[in-house]
Design a protein around this ligand. Sequence first.
Ligand code: AMP
Length: 620
Amino acid sequence: MAKIGINIATGSLQQAEMIVGIDLGTTNSLVAIIHPESKQPVALKEHNGSSLVPSIVHFDGFGNPTVGEAAKAFMETDPQNTIFSAKRLMGKSFRDIKENAGFFTYKVIDDDADSLVKVQVGNQFYSPIDLSSYILKELKQRAEHILKTPVSKVVITVPAYFNDAQRQATRDAGKLAGLDVLRIVNEPTAASLAYGLGMNKEEEKTIAVYDLGGGTFDISILRISNGIFEVLSTNGNTYLGGDDMDRAIVQYWMEQAGISLEELKQNKELSQGLRLRAEEAKKQLSGQDSFSVDWNGDQLSLSRETFESLIRPLIEQTMQSCSNALKDAGLTTADIDTIVMVGGSTRVPAVKNAVSEFFGKPVNDSVNPDEVVALGAAVQADILAGNNKDFLLLDITPLSLGIETMGGLMDVLIPRNAKIPTKVGRQYTTQKDGQSDMRISVFQGERDLVKDNRKLAEFSLKGIPGMPAGLPKVEVSFLINADGILVVKAKELRSGVAQEIEVKPQYGLTDEEVEKMLMDSLTHAKEDMQVRALVEARTEGEQILDVTEKFIGKNASLLTKEEITATATAMQVLQLALTMDDKNLIHTKIEELNEVTRPFAERAMDAAISGALKGKSITS
Ligand code: AMP
């Protein structure tokens, strides 16, 4: 039975366990709920305070964390112990962030390896998951304080381009903070929900969600029809946002004041001080034409015109992403019905103008761009709470997912841009007689050979009962749940032996890497196809040799001497062909061998052999 509680703040009755929506942002985070009376999403704020909690964690000399505004105050005075933009590190290795390592004023451990990054504060090491969990814990406490009710069930949003590792890291951070993460939702989907888009079932719309936050940019093309959200394409840049605008201003001021990069690097307080002034300037320039401040006796000033010329390249980059996203969705700007603006940086008039000009339409910016994602998360939470059953949320996979089959080939089970949640199953078989283990290697990418793709996981299905090659039926199924987490299962259908794993990749892929993987697959398409054809021909040839050899061994007594000699010759010729890089030759020789063996194979067709000739097998 559901417990009923009383919200002391509002005096209203409500369910004791409320599901809240959380936007865990790069710069700021916040919590939103559906107001129990108005039924509208609202961002939670302390009395007279802001709804935004800076995503910043400061550690004191004893390693005690402080989060939010209180931590932000230390950015200038104690930069080494003040961690900002931890979201950029989620699911990343040092190698992933190497190029941008200079951005962090705190110590990111440089192990130049593929393992996940850690941040060092004093003699303590923190993972981005730890850091995010401190932020989430603070949000939980805030929400409980405001709502006067325990809060543990949450929906958390992540950028659309977050991969499995990053989504999992976000879930883990929630768990660490004592939260039950019911759903991970893509930010653009949440933003659309906050605008009430799709609420009317008749409505059919194509929406562009332009999200320029503090540290990340992404553009998503969504389609809503029959109350169903579908992400048609996404594009963006994990290293582009308001922070970059701040950096551009800092650089400009440095040039003006003749401060060298070296000086700035040496003096963390100077760099943080300039950064905060730059952000102040940027924000003011959204509403006025010039900015000026006295800082340590120096005058820091900036005109809107100069600011706009400084950020023009950044804006251009986002426009390029918009073009790419449209192209991926197979659409043009004319197909976009609605443009939704998300993220604090879309308050910059030059950004708004550029987006509106690009799409040839006014943009939608009536909902606070800092709160819109959290508000949408609250709407999603409400749907999960069962209050709005009309919705289904669909997202897409950015890269194809598959497993390694014979000869190192990629066998795609879930293609790129497939809608999720999704489930796909396919049958495989063994290559060797009595094979009891089957290795399942899971890859992500668009290339035909797994060596050119990215390995996500590997496991062995053990305990397959001894059977001739080709007889076991191993069903491999891929399930991507609504959070975008991949679960791979393998089951031998005859014996019921099964094994499954949840894929938590070691480290993440940046948007650029995803793009590169896609580009590579295009530039190598022809060569890949040729290699695939050759590998497939060789595999087939090897299998046929194997099967024929066994057949002859088993049935020699049934065959004439001539038949045995002719078969042996045809096998030798095929064996030779396998050593050459000519798939046509291999196919010809396979055919020739088949010609020789067909008459007697038909005579004594064995189920095991016919099985082995069909279906793909996986290397053991
Ligand atoms: P978000 O990641 O969505 O919280 O976005 C925060 C970013 O928006 C930061 O880079 C802020 O500096 C920026 N921002 C907030 N308010 C404004 C404003 N009025 N004008 C320009 N940028 C802003």
